[in-house]
Unconditional design. Structure first.
Lengths: 547, 694
């Protein structure tokens, strides 16, 4: 660095800006090359730069919360197994161990050393959701992680530029789409290499010997900003709890959020024990979504790095559903993970403006069957319920939160698999009543057009426990799952739908904010005109009134 | 000799360019928002007066306007109804069900152009291959028509699921609606945008309908006024794809008029590349609000099949309305002279994407703007001359700039005002360089070996630093840089392009459907181009496919020359795809099947070729400086006297070493230390990096 503190500061900011741009570029490339629908359509990935000590320095803007903070913890595990000084240019480390990475086998984390002037100065990492890992497939039916697919421990996927053929052979032998899985891992390695080269080029351009000085500046400034925000909140213990339907029985999530000075602790003591089925969450993933909830309202404008993560600690009792231990099944851990931000927001309600609860979990029916020509087909679609209302505005209709996913076009789905989606439309009356209305859920009707029955792997929740309103607002409508024929169908697990029968999914709405009696008459009229509210729904939710 | 006239209506100014083959006249007049044709007529009158000619001498008027874009941003279009497939009433409102900002849980989503009570559904249903699941319920169409009439709608969009595969139901519904409704404009999705993805196609069709009454009314008035003024030749419109078409086609598809200004700029750069025989170019067009980059290879631009308009949220991707029509593949980011500088939550200097525009404008304009902008920083660094700005017509207030920077940037960071201004300039250069790198990486091309062509009011000042960050060695600032888009209009080919979705796995059969479709869209495009150009026989046809490996979600555009009727067509397509894929991503996947998702046909009247350029012939001589200016060299951290040159006084062959500042009425060119400049034979400024800078 120079002797001039003013220009050092300008330089740090420029380097910071460039680092985020390099990582964002890497994330976009991964999206463009990915085979996995969840990665390419939904941005289910992350990319980050770590310093020699394993601290996350910068991260791509694109990325899903479940990967973001989990990856920050994963790199430490990788470095304990393979110390940075033992790595050579062209090496790449990889693993999908749920307890070390991001909570289920479908997520692979690939870590590549950054060399500058022949010295290892840091690491580039990314996490992608791959198409398949063998086993039962993506879903909550597993009883142990062993049933859920193959686990690759932290290993050297490449040594000095040569990919380890044995690792790839094992993978290929254990997954349903070997070319696509291996293709995505190759993309990860190539993307990391390119990003590592650009980081080295950046260090040269700005005349830095390594990352440490810049990393210190970035992390320190970020931490100070976050600690300042926490310190501005009144000390205290803030509690909240959420009940959800669960797989085989109700799951209760409890939180005590303690603020002491400039530190914050989230303690999930008292939450339900681990489930016998694959909806369990490992601590990495619990941490990821819990901290995301805090960041949404406390630090939405502060970039994510070690400095923004370190002031917040997360505790969950070992063996609970939020800190499941091996060999618990974990594949559908998002079902619980996606409720954690609402749990955190509710706890913060006394000290920060937060919305009502939303539908939370994405409804992603996984569909399988046989085409008319006799080939097996499989697909998954993402669909969002309503978001919670705010103190000053209605909640978003059919919008994914906290997940960062987007839905796929119906036309694209139908062009891929023999399924007809006959309805995908807002669900009237589903938004919770309130001074401001909760976001609307949606109704989806679909029918198989292949040979024989359609298999649906259900991962739906909030059928019994709807999204709660806030400040006197009403709850959003609960979800529903049914068949047009009236035959029974459940909300969890793999089930068969007879040929020609139609699956009807009613996605939950978001909670309302404030007493319904305070809703503006014109807003109710507008909802009636547009059919967001039916006349019956309006009477039920907002009272008979004068008409 | 007959004249050609270009009129480019922008948000603030209407630019007019007139040429007779050898000479060029240009004027800028204020845009008259209520009736934009008045500004055009006034400007054309002025420019023709300068040329000493009248409208009757004009053989062609080419026009581009932001009218359509503004109508979408300000929501000043027609009261529009939508007729769509039962079960899909809310596609327009539900969008992709995602959020465009991960952490902002209060972000505002775009409001649909058609409110829910004007969105009607009817029973009908196709499969993705065009086969009928359920026939059109004609009685249902008539009932919807009645409700539309009762609601007093002014335009109708008809967009059914999978209509890109077969437009039969839509066409029939249009006929029925037309019978029942007196209003003329009915937009059908299979004509406006026959591409798969219902949200994008319905959004595009609704936007087209929404714009039709406004745009066709305006174009009619303009055409009549020009004719009344004596214009004998045709009026042609420039499209987002950079092509020209008739007023009639533009009135039917006003959605294609979006982004005509940036398209004109890209064509301007293409034309310069062709005349200077520069095979690899990066065009760099910076105005008050945005910076546009476009890669020009082999004197041509790439095209894309979708973009986003009217972003509601700080230019964020996903916060606008998706539009799927052919468009020049360029990147536009919120970075320009008016971009606002601030300090963020953790003390970092951030610039843009919001802009002070021209009203209130930068603080130094003293029109009520108090936030520091890039222009304020350029002034504080001594790069702009307060007295000579805009040819001296608009003096700037350096104290106001200083004060704004002090309050919003220097104060909060503890930097001196000049260091703060330097940091702002570096930050925006960095942002622009990052955007350009990403764009190049997406296409799989490098950037270092290119020549930068810089135009637009704010580009020549930042171009050299921008080039340096990208490793580019040569920067050209052409003459007429201030009205580049309008000049570009005069260089645009008469052409039309249609994109059609047909999903085909190579080697899996189905190429016959592609062959039929390619012929049919070629015929449609030929008809439009033949009518606009008055020539039917000498048209060139370019074809391309968007392709990917089966299982991927993102395609790359693959141009092909192989005749689709040939037996070997499929195999040759795979080969050209793999070559393109390897260029972009560095490898191919031998075992994976390849599919094409959509097909593009572009019919155009060929443009002349390029001949190798002779070396500069003008005698090199030292440029004569007209004085010097105190400027801040941020890298060195010191104030220095930089020589100043009046561009108009420099003759071809004039050269000097940077640092230097070249001034003209419409823009200022900065030649930093480490660059030389020379005036080329054609009068352009050529800056060359010498590498011995700071």
């Amino acid at each position: 660095m120079t002797a001039d503190p003013q220009r050092d500061r300008i330089r740090t900011d420029l380097i910071w800006q460039r680092l985020i741009a390099i990582l964002e570029d890497q994330a976009q490339t991964l999206i463009r090359t990915a085979f996995s629908t969840t990665t390419r359509e939904s941005g289910d990935l992350s990319a980050g730069l770590f310093d020699a000590r394993g601290r996350m320095v910068a991260q791509a803007v694109t990325g899903t919360p479940g990967h973001v903070n989990a990856m920050a913890l994963a790199v430490g595990h990788f470095l304990r197994r393979f110390p940075l000084d033992d790595l050579r240019p062209g090496d790449a480390l990889a693993s999908n161990d749920p307890w070390l990475c991001s909570g289920h086998l479908h997520d692979f984390t690939v870590v590549t050393p950054v060399f500058h002037q022949s010295r290892p100065v840091g690491l580039v990492a990314n996490t992608v959701h791959v198409v398949d890992v063998g086993g039962l497939g993506f879903g909550p039916d597993g009883r142990e992680v062993f049933e859920e697919g193959i686990c690759i421990p932290v290993c050297k996927l490449a040594t000095e530029g040569r990919v380890n053929p044995f690792v790839l052979d094992i993978l290929r032998a254990n997954v349903r789409e070997p070319d696509q899985v291996v293709g995505d891992l190759h993309s990860s390695m190539v993307g990391n290499e390119a990003a590592a080269r650009r980081v080295s080029g950046l260090l040269s351009e700005f005349g830095c010997a390594d990352l440490e000085e810049v990393a210190d500046a970035i992390i320190t400034r970020t931490r100070q900003a976050v600690e300042g925000r926490i310190a501005a909140l009144p000390d205290g213990d803030y509690r909240n709890e959420i009940r959800m339907d669960g797989y085989e029985g109700e799951v209760e999530l409890r939180l005590v959020l303690s603020i002491r000075g400039s530190g914050m602790t989230l303690d999930f003591a008292g939450s339900s024990p681990a489930s016998p089925r694959g909806i369990n969450v490992v601590l990495n993933y619990t941490t990821a979504y819990a901290v995301f909830g805090v960041n949404c309202v406390l630090n939405p404008d502060i970039p994510c790095n070690h400095g923004s993560l370190s002031p917040i600690s997360v505790l969950a009792p070992s063996g609970s559903v939020l800190n499941a231990q091996r060999p618990a099944a974990v594949s559908a851990r998002h079902m619980i993970g996606h409720l954690l931000p609402d749990l955190v927001l509710g706890a913060l309600a006394p000290v920060l403006p937060v919305p009502a609860e939303g539908a939370g979990l994405i409804w992603n029916p996984s569909l399988r069957g046989t085409t008319a020509a006799g080939c097996a087909f499989a697909t998954v679609t993402f669909n969002a319920g309503g978001a919670g209302a705010h103190a000053d505005r209605d909640g978003w209709n059919t919008t994914a939160f906290p997940s960062g996913v987007r839905t796929m076009p119906v036309e694209a789905v139908e062009a891929t698999v023999p399924v007809l989606i006959r309805r995908k439309e807002l669900r009237p009356d589903s938004g919770g009543a309130g001074r401001f209305r909760g976001g609307m859920g949606q109704t989806i009707e679909l029918v198989g057009e292949g040979r024989g029955p359609l298999l649906i792997n259900a991962m739906f929740d909030r059928l019994i426990h709807p999204a709660r309103g806030r400040g006197g607002g009403g709850p959003g409508q609960a979800g529903g799952v049914r068949l047009a024929s009236g035959s029974p169908i459940g909300s969890k697990g793999l089930q068969e739908v007879a040929p020609g029968d139609m699956v009807i999914l009613d996605l939950p709405g978001g909670g309302g904010y404030g007493p319904p009696g305070e809703r503006d008459r014109d807003a109710i009229e507008a909802d009636l005109l547009g059919g967001y509210l039916t006349p019956d729904g309006a009477r039920l939710q907002y009272g008979g009134g004068d008409d | 000799m007959s004249l050609r006239v270009a009129a480019d209506i922008g948000g603030t100014f209407t630019d007019i360019a007139v040429e007779d083959g050898t000479r060029l006249w240009s004027v800028k007049v204020p845009t008259t928002h209520g009736a934009p044709e008045r500004g055009v007529l006034e400007g054309v009158g002025k420019a023709l007066a300068e040329a000493g000619r009248t409208l009757s001498d004009v053989s062609l008027v080419v026009h581009g306007t932001t009218l359509a874009t503004n109508a979408l941003i300000e929501r000043k279009g027609a009261r529009t109804a939508l007729l769509t497939t039962e079960g899909f009433r809310d596609v327009l409102e539900m969008g992709n069900e995602g959020r465009f900002d991960q952490y902002d849980i209060r972000a505002t989503k775009p409001v649909p152009l058609v409110p829910r009570h004007l969105r009607h559904t009817v029973r009908e249903r196709l499969r993705h291959d065009g086969s009928v699941v359920e026939p059109l319920d004609e009685r249902g169409v008539l009932e919807a028509a009645k409700r539309m009439r009762d609601a007093g709608v002014e335009a109708v969009a008809v967009a059914f699921l999978h209509a890109y595969a077969d437009g039969g139901h839509e066409a029939r519904a249009r006929d029925l609606l037309r019978r029942e409704l007196d209003i003329a404009p009915i937009s059908v999705s299979h004509e406006v945008s026959p591409q798969m993805r219902e949200y994008e196609r319905i959004s595009t069709t609704c936007a087209n309908a929404y714009l039709q009454p406004v745009v066709s009314g305006y174009l009619l008035r303009l055409e009549q006024s020009l004719k009344a003024g004596g214009l004998g030749g045709p009026l042609l419109m420039i499209l987002s794809s950079g092509s020209l078409t008739t007023v009639e086609t533009a009135s039917r598809f006003p959605i294609r008029l979006l982004e005509s200004g940036p398209a004109g700029g890209a064509i301007f750069a293409c034309d310069i590349a062709r005349r200077l025989h520069l095979d690899r170019v990066l065009s760099f067009d910076v105005g008050g609000t945005t910076a546009k980059f476009c890669l020009v290879d082999g004197f041509g631009v790439r095209h894309s099949k979708s973009f986003e308009v009217a972003r509601t949220y700080r230019f964020k991707k996903g916060s606008g309305l998706p539009v799927t029509v052919p468009v020049i593949d360029l990147v536009e980011i919120g970075a320009g002279g008016g971009s606002v500088a601030r300090v963020d939550a953790i003390g970092r200097i951030a610039v843009g994407p919001d802009s002070a525009g021209s009203e209130p404008g930068p603080a130094c304009y003293v029109r009520g703007g108090t936030q520091p902008t890039v222009t304020d920083c350029d002034l504080a660094l001594g790069k702009l001359d307060a007295a000579a700005f805009a040819g001296g017509t608009m003096p700037l207030d350096a104290r106001a700039a200083h004060h704004a920077i002090e309050g919003a940037v220097a104060g909060p960071t503890g930097l001196s005002v000049e260091n703060a201004a330097f940091a702002v300039a570096e930050t925006i250069s960095e942002a622009m360089a990052s955007a350009a790198r990403v764009h190049a990486a997406e296409i799989g091309t490098d950037i270092e070996a290119r020549t930068l062509i810089a135009f637009g009011g704010a580009a020549p000042l930042h171009a050299a630093r921008f080039a340096e960050k990208l490793g580019i060695g040569t920067v050209i600032v052409p003459s007429g840089a201030g009205v580049g888009s309008a000049i570009g209009f005069l260089r645009a080919p008469v052409a039309y392009e249609i994109v059609r979705t047909i999903r085909t796995v190579l080697g899996g059969g189905g190429l016959d459907a592609v062959r039929t479709a390619l012929l049919s869209i070629e015929e449609q495009a030929r008809g439009i181009v033949a009518q606009a150009s008055g020539q039917a026989d000498v048209l060139a046809v370019h074809r391309s496919a968007h392709m990917r490996y089966v299982g991927q979600g993102h395609e790359i555009e693959v141009p092909f020359t192989e005749d689709p009727t040939q037996e070997s067509f499929g195999a040759s397509l795979r080969a050209v795809f793999e070559a393109s894929y390897a260029r972009v991503y560095g490898r191919t996947l031998e075992d994976s099947a390849v599919e094409a998702t959509s097909w593009t046909v572009r019919v155009e009247r060929p443009v002349p070729g390029s001949a190798p350029r002779a070396p500069h012939a003008a005698t090199p001589h030292a440029a004569t400086s007209c004085g010097s200016r105190r400027a801040y060299d941020g890298a060195a951290g010191s104030w220095e006297a930089w020589p100043e040159y009046e561009r108009a006084a420099l003759r071809p062959g004039a050269l000097a070493r940077g640092p230097a500042i070249l001034t003209e009425a419409e823009t200022t060119t900065v030649v930093p230390r480490g660059f030389d400049f020379r005036i080329g034979d054609e009068g352009y400024i050529w800056m060359t990096r010498t590498g011995d800078g700071a």
